[in-house]
Design a protein around this ligand. Structure first.
Ligand code: DGL
Length: 276
């Protein structure tokens, strides 16, 4: 599939999946399973990775430029498969492109709050995600009856980006962030960053069997399908296709992406839209 996709039929546009790096592959995997006839284009803005420590307005700037590029491919839908970019930019994206279809991420506090027995829900996310109004509004809307314990995880997304999931240091990294929540009595652990979903098994093992790890990836894929179905933009006939692009380094990115997708992936260079 060429990157400049010219298509007459709106349903033949790609579903673009965007993250700062590898994390959104946790969503891409689910979309591939659920929508095998679709053309999926993955955009990793890894030249700017990590987003987590950046100010929200900077991340918003990246997201607006990237969405402009993706919508011109054309993308019939853009899945912002990044909690940080969703917190920073979802609102601005919908305002800037009122005809675009955007699916975003928000920490899955709602199902976690509904299922918690201890009444304490832990959320793992980047620093920036907790700063956004989105997190505040999620807690306000869905967590009136529980205590939500936010746990920023500086460095964790970057570590996952740059190392294989069986790296010996990962356990210690995860323990540092998860243990305080367990001591605090949480029984639900929400993965509020798509990178963390890539190492969900490690997080579950360290949290222990009494804690439920909430991974929103399958729900986000189902939501994407519903949005496209409603807009009558589902592609009825394949073949489906997946193209992976990255704004920065592609070699190591491809190696790590192959591990997470379970097959060989060769990322293409995406246009560099904005270098700070
Ligand atoms: N994967 C991104 C998220 O869901 C952020 C990782 C980063 O800090 O770049 O928040």
């Amino acid at each position: 599939m060429a990157l400049e996709i010219l298509t007459e039929k709106p349903e033949d546009g790609v579903i673009a999946v965007y993250d700062s790096g590898l994390g959104g592959l946790s969503i891409l995997r689910e979309l591939e399973r659920l929508l095998p006839d679709e053309r999926l284009l993955y955009f990793a803005d890894n030249i700017h990775m990590p987003y987590g420590p950046r100010p929200l307005d900077e991340v918003r700037g990246f997201a607006l430029l990237i969405a402009d590029h993706l919508l011109h491919l054309p993308a019939k839908a853009v899945v912002v498969a990044c909690n940080t970019a969703s917190a920073a930019a979802l609102h601005a994206l919908r305002e800037a492109y009122p005809n675009g279809l955007f699916v975003g991420m928000e920490p899955a506090v709602k199902p976690a709050a509904a299922e918690s027995r201890s009444g304490r829900v832990g959320v793992l996310a980047t620093q920036a995600t907790f700063q956004g109004e989105l997190f505040e509004s999620v807690v306000e809307r869905f967590a009136q009856d529980v205590v939500v314990v936010p746990q920023p995880c500086p460095g964790l997304a970057e570590f996952i980006e740059n190392h294989p999931p069986d790296h010996p240091v990962l356990d210690a990294m995860v323990e540092k962030f998860v243990q305080p929540l367990i001591r605090d009595g949480v029984d639900m652990l929400v993965l509020g960053c798509t990178h963390y979903a890539l190492v969900k098994e490690t997080i579950q093992r360290i949290a222990g069997p009494d804690v439920t790890v909430v991974d929103p990836s399958p729900a986000v894929a189902r939501r994407t399908r519903a949005v496209l179905e409603e807009a009558k933009l589902l592609r009825e006939r394949g073949p489906g296709e997946v193209v992976v692009t990255a704004s920065g380094e592609t070699e190591r990115f491809s190696e790590n992406a192959s591990v997470h997708l379970g097959r060989a992936v060769k990322a293409k260079a995406a246009p560099v839209l904005w270098i700070t």
